[in-house]
Design a protein around this ligand. Structure first.
Ligand code: SF4
Length: 262
C-alpha cells in the first residue's frame, strides 16, 4: 500500500541525488541541519511575506530577522558555539532593494492571494494509483507573471537562469490557470535586479519527463519500502548527513549483534 505521495521540486531533486535523502525529507524532516545560506534565505522569504501581507516596517523586520537568525542558528546544532556566526548577507539590503527597486514593479495588491501561492496538483498516472501530487509554492504571482525571490550574493549566471525549478513553476501555473504566465522572473534581492527566464518549451517538456520519472521511481520505492543510500560527493552538501551517518553506524551495530546471536 502506497500512501499519498507529494512531490515537490525540492523532493524531486533529493530523490534524484539519493533516495535515502528523500526518505529523510519525508520521514525525519527535523533531522535536517540547514546551512547558513538556507537559514538566511528562509528568514528573508518569511519577511517579504510579512512585509506584503502584514505591511510591516523594514526596521521591525530587520529586528525580527536578526532575532530569528540567532534562534534558528542556536537550534540547528550550533548552540554550543560561544559566538554564533553573523548572517552571511545583509537583511537590510535585501529588504530595502525589495521595497525600493522590485516592489514598484508589482501591480496586483498582495491581498489577492498572489503572495506565497501554495499549490497541490493531482497527477494523472493510471498505473501508479490516484494519490500522487505535485506540491509547492510560488513566491509571487503578479499580473500573470511568476516571481521567484533569490538571496544569492552573486548575480545569477546562465545556469541559475535555466534552473529546472522555474520550469516546474511554469508547469504548475499552466495546471492551475489553464494558460501560460506572461513572464517568469528571477528577483535578485541582493542587487534589486530582476531577470527574465527564457520560456523555452523544450525545457518545460524536459520537466514533464523528469516529473514522470520521479513519480514512478518514488511509487516503486514506497511500494517496496526501499530507499537505498547513494553515498558519495553528494553527501557533503546533504542536510541529513549527521542523521544518516549516525543511523548507518547504529544499523551496523545491530547487524553485527544479530550475526553474533546466530
Ligand atoms: S548523507 Fe549521503 S547517503 Fe545519506 S541521505 Fe545524504 S546523500 Fe544520501
Amino acid at each position: 500500500m502506497v500512501d499519498e505521495i507529494r512531490l515537490s521540486y525540492s523532493s524531486m531533486k533529493d530523490a534524484g541525488a539519493c533516495l535515502k535523502r528523500y526518505w529523510y525529507r519525508v520521514k525525519k524532516p527535523k533531522s535536517a541541519i540547514p546551512n547558513e545560506h538556507m537559514i538566511f534565505g528562509s528568514i528573508v522569504h518569511t519577511s517579504i511575506e510579512r512585509l506584503e501581507k502584514k505591511d510591516r516596517e523594514i526596521g521591525k523586520l530587520i529586528g525580527w530577522s536578526l532575532h530569528e537568525w540567532e534562534r534558528r542558528m542556536a537550534s540547528s546544532g550550533r548552540g554550543f558555539l560561544a559566538k554564533l556566526p553573523r548572517p552571511p548577507k545583509s537583511f537590510k539590503r535585501m529588504y530595502e532593494n525589495y521595497a525600493e527597486l522590485i516592489r514598484p514593479r508589482l501591480q496586483t495588491p498582495a491581498e489577492e492571494d498572489g503572495v506565497e501561492k501554495f499549490f497541490k496538483i493531482k497527477l494523472d498516472y493510471p498505473t501508479l494509483g490516484d494519490n500522487i501530487y505535485f506540491v509547492g509554492k510560488i513566491d509571487r504571482i503578479d499580473n500573470e507573471n511568476i516571481y521567484d525571490w533569490k538571496t544569492n550574493g552573486r548575480l545569477p549566471d546562465t545556469y541559475d537562469l535555466h534552473d529546472t525549478q522555474f520550469y516546474a513553476y511554469w508547469w504548475a501555473y499552466r495546471q492551475l490557470f489553464k494558460r501560460n504566465p506572461k513572464e517568469i522572473l528571477y528577483g535578485h534581492l541582493n542587487s534589486g535586479s530582476v531577470y527574465n527566464i527564457s520560456m523555452d518549451t523544450t525545457l518545460l517538456e524536459n520537466f514533464e519527463v523528469l516529473l514522470d520519472n520521479r513519480a514512478e521511481t518514488l511509487y516503486n520505492a514506497w511500494k517496496h519500502n526501499e530507499f537505498p543510500r547513494d553515498m558519495g560527493y553528494q553527501c557533503k552538501g546533504c542536510v541529513y548527513r549527521t542523521a544518516c551517518y549516525g543511523d548507518l553506524v547504529q544499523e551496523h551495530i545491530e547487524e553485527s549483534a544479530s550475526e553474533a546471536c546466530r
